[in-house]
Design a protein around this ligand. Structure first.
Ligand code: WT7
Length: 648
């Protein structure tokens, strides 16, 4: 592992929110007196009813309960828009950069206010009120932010489904939270290609019980013709003409749910992660300010999609709560050319740029040329998120993109954590390529061994968090039992992240990846069980086991071992058919990269598949398969090795 250290440059410290001494001091205060610390920082947002209580949390087995600022009332849309109007009504809130480089727009805070009120009124006219769930299935257009904030304004709970998910996945997510209203677009546009969003919604609703969905609101994006069901479907632009641009922001309890976001776990069914109002917003806003060293007037760009938590916390809620100018990009890094990111940075004079290692690696492949045609002089801070960044990609990002002038904040967090938990701070933390470095304020990482014993000092182990922070998820929608079971039962009294990590002699954390059956493909989280259940639903498949394998660009690829039914032939055509099957069933992000037809899978005598062996073979590293003597039929391993698909 790289032990290179990049010291904090003087320029990074100048005007920064914190230097190292200040970080240490604030960190100590945050963990020794959470009530005092968060009581103070909780006031960074405006409260309609100020809170008197701060932290009220328990990780105790059978009694997991997480409440922050419990008796306060506020509204997220009010904090992200209304409170800025007096001082920055004419400032750009959102820069929208279209898929087509000739298309961009600036939306001021005043315009944002009017648009969000209109969208809220359109929803209200369709019966949406506090606590109702609204599914959002939109491309990266400003209406996605309007829709989120409109829900927040009414106290309705949004559930965004990434536009890359299939009708089946969408249907399960609509049903999971019983959303009566869906907001979508005619079509999305990415890299010059159209995505049939409305048609997917129709197909999804077709799989649900009759009358499950009352209203579908369709934003016109491409103008492509789509089927409209009278009485159920309405074009947003037509509905918006019928309402005013004034709508009061409803004061809701701090613990009122703001959104549900489905994410993959180690079992087949995605979980509806619930985030609430007050603590979430305080944490998203505070991390956005400190981690990116955000300063008044900065142009900030996070390249994520709003379908993922990164888009929620760091395109919309954190930046807008801070009154920032946030850039929203509809397209992809490689369209029309590999220079797109860098050209957009120059076009809009971006100061802070936040992207994923998979994007960096794919652009690295094109060499330095496309980067060096641009200036990037506006850049001050670079960020990375989604998976461990390998030192080569880190170095290229630092040297080629940032011209060795900009710190890279490698931010570790999860859908469940609501905001960044482990990260460098630009003016404070020396950087080690590949390490997410140190905990943010209020975050207490602990390392535990396989027996659940806390380990001290430099070590390797499972990463847990000792106590609550305001951005933490509160429950699994409709299934608090599953929440406790998933996160708090492995190691009692600790939140278990599902990640393995190393802690070095400086107390820096190096995330090594998931230790459960979750894989990370291009920064997208996928449960191996989900892909398996899709594969076994195919008529020719008897059994399937899915693992991750190292992939140059994606970080991890999807490797599927498939046992066919008697008499079926495993050939190229069937491989293609199975890939297409999974794509259609779950979505393109779940497409297997490699499929190995296996007459048998390595099982223990009790029938449990030994994934450790399958992982090793998928890694093309079978020199140390470990103990295979407990296998019911050790001979299957020879066949698996013989026919492996990932030969180095
Ligand atoms: C998993 C969470 C956080 C928003 C995007 C992903 C991995 C995330 C890093 C990082 C190493 C990382 C972890 C984590 N991960 N960021 N900087 N270094 N690993 O959210 O889909 O909930 O996935 O992504 O394995 O558990 P998510």
């Amino acid at each position: 592992m790289s032990e290179k250290v990049v010291a904090v440059q003087d320029a990074w410290r100048q005007g920064a929110h914190v230097d190292d001494a200040k970080y240490q001091e604030m960190y100590r205060a945050s963990v020794s007196d959470p009530d005092g610390f968060w009581g103070e920082h909780g006031r960074r947002i405006d409260w309609m009813t100020p809170f008197t209580k701060v932290k009220d949390t328990s990780f105790a087995p059978g009694n997991v309960s997480i409440k922050w600022f419990d008796d306060g009332k506020t509204n997220v849309a009010y904090n992200c828009i209304d409170r800025h109007l007096e001082t920055r009504g004419d400032q750009t809130a959102i820069i929208w950069e279209g898929d087509d480089p000739n298309e961009s727009r600036h939306i001021t805070y005043r315009e944002l206010h009017a648009q969000v009120c209109r969208m809220a009124n359109v929803l209200r006219n369709r019966g949406v009120s506090k606590g109702d769930r609204v599914t959002i299935y939109l491309p990266m257009i400003p209406e996605a932010a309007y829709a989120m904030l409109a829900c927040a304004r009414l106290g309705a709970i949004h559930s965004i489904v990434f536009g890359g998910f299939s009708p089946d996945s969408l249907a399960a997510r609509i049903q999971g939270c019983e959303a009566k209203v869906v907001i979508t677009a005619d079509e999305g546009l990415r890299g010059g290609r159209k995505v049939p969003l409305k048609a997917n919604v129709d197909a999804a609703i077709g799989r649900l019980p009759k009358d499950a969905v009352d209203h579908v609101i369709v934003v016109r994006r491409t103008g492509g013709s789509v089927a409209m069901e009278p009485g159920r479907d309405v074009y947003y632009h037509e509905a918006a003409e019928q309402v005013t641009d004034a709508c009061p922001a409803e004061a809701v309890e701090a613990e009122h749910p703001l959104f549900i976001l489905y994410t993959s776990g180690s079992t087949g069914q995605p979980k509806g992660v619930v985030h609430t109002t007050g603590g979430y917003l305080v944490y998203a806003a505070m991390t956005h300010e400190y981690v990116f060293d955000y300063r008044e007037g900065d142009v900030y760009w996070c390249t994520a999609d709003v379908g993922w938590v990164t888009g929620h916390s760091y395109i919309v809620y954190g930046p807008l709560a801070n009154g920032a100018t946030t850039l929203m990009f509809e397209g992809i890094p490689t369209y029309p050319t590999n220079a797109r990111f860098w050209e957009v940075i120059d076009k809009h004079k971006v100061n802070i740029f936040y992207t994923a290692p998979t994007a960096i690696r794919s652009l690295m492949g094109a060499g330095e040329g496309p980067v060096k045609t641009t200036s990037r002089a506006s850049l001050r801070v670079l960020g990375s998120v989604g998976e461990p960044i390998n030192p080569e990609a880190w170095d290229w990002y630092y040297r080629v993109v940032g011209d060795s002038r900009c710190p890279i904040v490698d931010t570790w967090w999860q859908t469940e954590t609501g905001g960044i938990l482990i990260t460098p701070l630009p003016g404070a933390t020396a950087l080690k390529p590949g390490s997410a470095t140190r905990p943010f304020f209020g975050v207490q990482p602990v390392m535990v061994d396989a027996e659940g014993k806390e380990i001290a000092g430099p070590c390797e182990g499972n990463l847990c968090i000792k106590d609550s922070w305001p951005g933490q998820m509160r429950t699994v929608y409709g299934d608090h039992e599953r929440f406790e079971q998933t996160y708090f039962s492995t190691y009692p009294n600790l939140y278990f992240t599902g990640d393995g990590a190393r802690r070095d002699a400086d107390g820096f954390y190096w995330i090594t990846g998931r230790v459960d059956d979750v894989i990370n493909v291009s920064g997208h989280r996928m449960g191996t069980a989900e892909v398996e259940s899709s594969l076994v639903a195919h008529a020719k498949v008897a059994e399937a086991a899915v693992v991750g394998f190292p992939h140059n660009v994606k970080g991890q690829g999807i490797y599927a071992y498939v046992t066919l039914n008697e008499g079926e032939e495993g050939d190229e055509a069937l491989r293609k058919e199975l890939v297409a099957w999974v794509r259609k069933d779950i979505g393109p992000i779940a497409s297997p990269d490699l499929i190995q037809f296996a007459p048998g899978l390595p099982k223990t005598r009790s029938g449990k598949i030994m994934r450790r062996i399958l992982r090793k073979i998928a890694e093309d590293d079978f020199s140390t398969l470990g103990d295979t003597s407990t296998l019911a039929d050790p001979a299957v391993v020879d066949d698996l090795i013989e026919n492996r698909q990932n030969r180095a």
